[in-house]
Design a protein around this ligand. Structure first.
Ligand SMILES: [Mn+2]
Length: 545
């Protein structure tokens, strides 16, 4: 059963990652029929990493996209053969077990995929050419032909053709001499002269048919170094089966292209359809894990996804249009895609998605352990800037009180300051990471613009880094194909912000904030990008034209 992904938005912040982690935990308690896997679709910022370390919790794994992959349809349960196993086993497998392809595996090593096509090719080859020489593995005789070894040696394989000893001795000898120095496998009844000839000429193997239970071989084989096998079958049947004792390895004629579990469903499907093969081997890196056949591609599987802390397709995981959204838990404006089925949506205009997830724990009366409480608390404290952001609601305050007591955190202010101290320090951090670490792209009034936000505990170094950051904003503007790029640097202790902005002559003149120097604005008492800065940007865009 495929896991249901729980994911936050791109450029995930602490609220987003924490919400995914905590909600998956809740769902795994209350919905035992499914498995929920928290994931993230971008790098975690320093504060997020720090919180997971502090809580001693494993953060969500990184997943690039939710498009159907080969790994979602690969046949992992299969019958396999060893390359030295007899063709007989392959034929039985395909006809009795209806395997369309059978992998050849020796330990961990993959040797090929066999299907009806290879069996057909084998019989075609063998009946189209001159008298065939075969590579025999004597160990296979007893796997295919009912009987017993009378004499064995330790030769693993040898090449030979098949001959019977049904002719008059003189004819038999002249026929053999014509073939020398090639020596055959002799299939013969208990005929002393024929046998003795084969023994004296050191034929690689002699298969005796029609020997009665207590009958002795009428030849002296004391100096013979080959194999004597006693078949319980008649000569015709023994010959038929002898050819079926050949190792399947000999049937591998061409190598199908490999696919990886991470390859896209559509790519692998096309590759198979355009190839001559019935199946393609599937690898996980270097490890063979199974195969895909045409049947695997009849229907494209759809991954189920829970969206937390966002609800818009463009902020979400790649390929979501090929997946099924099953739930949305969010505190942003609704701009969700149309769904084909009813889904659960919890949308509350509170300060943090983690507050809504706390409400879901209450709703389900699910046990809330201290580790989860701590992660929820971290999400709320981060998104509401220690409950000081104007986005903070009474619900957030109530949740924080409850969570503090479960998590055993006596001083939430101290918890919050530690949380933000782990965040980026402007002078030291990589400007690209700071600008794009928590960067949201908007499209309003026909203008594409982006606003990054970074929380700091002091604005002291802002002027030192100003030029570097303005340069980075220009680069981000170009690489994201934007018309305007901004960075809100928020001092979470003093509750003020500084805004860096790329040039945007027609509009930025009318921002209400005082411009201290070109590209730098002072935003007193501004903490929230969503609730304070964004409405001002939108107003400017509306009025600026
Ligand atoms: Mn949030």
């Amino acid at each position: 059963m495929q896991e249901i992904y729980v994911t936050g938005h791109r450029n995930p912040d602490l609220d987003s990652v924490s919400a995914a982690w905590c909600y998956a935990r809740l769902k795994n308690i209350v919905d035992v029929e499914h498995t929920y896997l928290p994931i993230r679709i971008g790098h975690m910022n320093e504060a997020t990493k720090h919180q997971f370390e502090q809580a001693n919790a494993d953060p969500p794994i990184f997943v690039k996209d939710v498009r159907a992959k080969v790994g979602d349809v690969v046949t992992r349960d299969y019958w396999a053969l060893h390359p030295e196993d007899p063709v007989y086993s392959l034929v039985t497998m395909i006809s009795d077990r209806h395997s369309s392809v059978v992998p050849l595996i020796d330990g961990e090593t993959f040797h090929g995929l066999l299907s009806l096509d290879e069996i057909t090719a084998f019989f075609l080859r063998e009946n189209a050419e001159d008298r065939p020489r075969y590579r025999f593995y004597p160990a296979n005789f007893s796997k295919v032909i009912r009987g017993e070894y009378i004499l064995r040696n330790d030769i693993r394989w040898f090449d030979a053709y098949i001959m019977t000893g049904a002719m008059e001795f003189e004819v038999y000898c002249s026929r053999l001499e014509a073939l020398l120095p090639d020596l055959p496998v002799l299939v013969v009844g208990n005929r002393r002269k024929h046998l003795q000839y084969g023994i004296d000429h050191q034929f690689p193997a002699i298969i005796i048919t029609g020997l009665l239970p207590n009958e002795q071989i009428e030849a002296d084989y004391s100096n013979y170094r080959g194999i004597i096998y006693k078949s319980y079958e008649d000569t015709a049947e023994t010959i038929r089966l002898l050819r079926m004792s050949l190792p399947v390895r000999r049937l591998v004629s061409s190598t199908p292209p490999r696919v990886d579990v991470d390859d896209l469903f559509d790519d692998a499907k096309r590759m198979l359809m355009e190839s001559e093969f019935r199946g393609l081997p599937v690898f996980d890196g270097e490890r063979f894990v199974g195969f895909v056949t045409r049947r695997c591609f009849l229907e494209r599987p759809r991954r189920k996804v829970v969206m937390v802390d966002h609800n818009e397709l463009k902020q979400s995981i790649e390929g979501l249009e090929e997946a099924d959204i099953v739930e949305i838990i969010d505190h942003h404006r609704l701009d969700a895609e149309k769904t084909s089925r009813p889904i659960f949506i919890a949308s509350e205009p509170v300060g943090s998605t983690c507050t809504i997830i706390y409400h879901q724990f209450l709703r389900w009366r699910a046990p809330l352990d201290s580790m989860t409480a701590r992660m929820l608390l971290a999400g709320i404290i981060s998104d509401t800037v220690i409950l000081k952001s104007p986005t903070t609601t009474r619900q957030d305050v109530i949740a924080v009180e409850a969570l503090c007591s479960i998590a055993g955190i006596p001083d939430v202010k101290k918890f919050g300051e530690d949380l933000f101290k782990a965040a980026a320090v402007l002078g030291k951090a990589d400007p690209k990471k700071v600008v794009e670490g928590d960067f949201k792209v908007y499209d309003e009034q026909g203008v594409r613009f982006g606003i990054g936000q970074v929380e700091v505990t002091t604005l002291a170094q802002v002027d030192e880094v100003k030029e570097t950051y303005l340069k980075q904003l220009e680069e981000t503007k170009h690489s994201h194909r934007l018309e305007w790029a901004l960075l809100l640097v928020t001092d979470v202790i003093k509750e003020d912000s500084v805004l860096f902005s790329t040039s945007y002559p027609r509009k930025e003149k009318s921002l209400v904030y005082p411009m201290e120097s070109p590209g730098k604005y002072i935003l007193k008492d501004v903490l929230s990008r969503k609730k304070q800065l964004l409405p001002e940007i939108i107003r400017v865009l509306e009025e600026g034209w």
